[in-house]
Design a binder for this molecule. Structure first.
Ligand SMILES: Nc1ncnc2c1ncn2[C@@H]1O[C@H](COP(=O)(O)OP(=O)(O)OP(=O)(O)O)[C@@H](O)[C@H]1O
Ligand SMILES: [Mg+2]
Length: 400
């Protein structure tokens, strides 16, 4: 009886113990089961953070980087780990001190987001354009402990808009100018033909030396007018181009070497041709024309600076840096000169037909419009940037 009673107590205690263990195990597995989604959410958020195309950077009060996403790391060409605790102004913006107009401090003090601020970044001869938004991160005490900087690259959008505006301007003047230029060609040929004829037989036309020099002036002026008409026709009409596969590096070196106009010899040409530049399909004559036009402008600008320095009894060493490289699916060809530069207020107009700052009679203002037309016809882009005091004209040509 005593043993039976003891067994009964023992069995009951054992059952209770088992029940407790089962309960414990159940709650343990329940926690594990609930923990899976928490981990998943964290991973999902990290994946979202890393797959966002904009560059994102979390910054602390000392302007040190606390966290960046993959796009940010890719954009600066470094690993995520290597940029942590670095200064945000040096890693992304290539600055030696805090960026001018940096809004981060303001977001920390006011606790309000600032959005779509324009920023530029210079790397080499290239300028990239960004829209930057900064959002505060608030801790449990309601204080801003960090900020999130979202950086959107708008460089290609900007280029496309510029190109569209230029195309529209050209389209609107194109139809009229094509007609005018065509009609003007005949009378101009008449004028120059007659002037040439008179110069060949001055006695027949009773010309004394003064008369001869006047006729020469007529010939010169009609020649200039014919040049303008040719430029206009070039602008308003699709050119018959013969596109072939071209080694761009060879074309650039040949064309740059062949430039012998006055003043070009005293200007240093720094040619930096990329090693891995694949051939491009283009019309070599037209690309040569573009190179000559841009080099002519750069030379004129440097010559102007040389004369300015000379008038102040100073010496100026001008140079033009010509470089090629591959940029994704494009070839980038750029010309950087240290001439007079282009004032920011006229920069938006330099590609307009007839826009010139040259003295009367010295420039038609068609050079860059023609270059733009040619590059557009090649499916590329032509754009201007000011980089570290240099005037940089860049051309992209698509690889096919
Ligand atoms: N490298 C440069 N440096 C400074 N200014 C430039 C440069 N390139 C172009 N410009 C400016 O852009 C304007 C337009 O250039 P564009 O080549 O279209 O015409 P142009 O040189 O004035 O005349 P054209 O080329 O018909 O002789 C120039 O008048 C000049 O003010
Ligand atoms: Mg020009």
């Amino acid at each position: 009886m005593g043993t039976g009673y003891l067994s009964y107590i023992f069995l009951t205690a054992f059952t209770i113990l088992c029940l407790i263990c089962v309960k414990k195990l159940w709650s343990f597995f329940k926690i594990r089961k609930d923990a899976v989604p928490v981990l998943n959410v964290k991973r999902q958020l990290e994946t979202v953070f890393d797959t966002i195309k904009d560059s994102i950077c979390i910054i602390d009060r000392d302007l040190k980087i606390a966290r960046v996403n993959q796009s940010y790391a890719k954009s600066v060409g470094k690993s995520i780990k290597s940029v942590l605790s670095e200064n945000c102004w040096s890693v992304f913006w290539n600055n030696k001190r805090v960026c001018e107009n940096c809004p981060v401090g303001e977001v920390f003090t006011r606790g309000e987001a600032v959005e779509n601020i324009d920023f530029t970044r210079n790397s080499g001869d290239e300028t990239s354009y960004y829209k930057v938004s900064i959002f505060p991160v608030v801790d449990s005490a309601g204080k801003v402990c960090r900020v999130i900087e979202c950086i959107r690259d708008v460089t290609s959008e900007k280029r496309v808009v510029e190109q569209l505006v230029r195309s529209e301007k050209l389209a609107s003047i194109g139809i009229m100018t094509a007609g005018v230029a065509h009609e003007m060609n005949n009378p101009l040929s008449g004028i120059s033909g007659t002037a040439l004829n008179m110069l060949k037989m001055p006695h027949k036309y009773g010309l004394n030396p003064k008369g001869v020099s006047r006729i020469e002036m007529i010939l010169e002026s009609s020649g200039k007018a014919t040049q303008i008409m040719k430029g206009l026709l070039h602008l308003s009409r699709k050119q018959d181009s013969v596109k072939v596969i071209v080694d761009l590096n060879a074309l650039v070196s040949r064309t740059v070497d062949d430039i012998h106009f006055p003043g070009a010899a005293e200007i240093e040409k720094k040619i930096e041709l990329g090693r891995w530049v694949p051939p491009v399909t283009c019309d070599p004559n037209q690309i040569e024309q573009v190179i000559v036009n841009i080099m002519t402008n750069a030379t004129q600008s440097i010559k102007e600076k040389i004369s300015l320095y000379e008038s102040e009894r100073r010496f100026f060493e001008g140079y033009i840096k010509i470089s090629t490289c591959r940029r994704g699916d494009n070839i980038l060809l750029s010309f950087a000169d240290n001439g007079m530069g282009i004032p920011s207020e006229i920069q938006p107009r330099i590609f307009d037909p007839f826009f010139t700052t040259r003295p009367a009679g010295q420039g038609t203002g068609l050079g860059l419009s023609i270059c733009n037309r040619i590059i557009e016809e090649h499916g590329g882009k032509l754009f201007f940037d000011e980089v570290d005091g240099l005037s940089v004209f860049s051309i992209t040509l698509p690889l096919q």
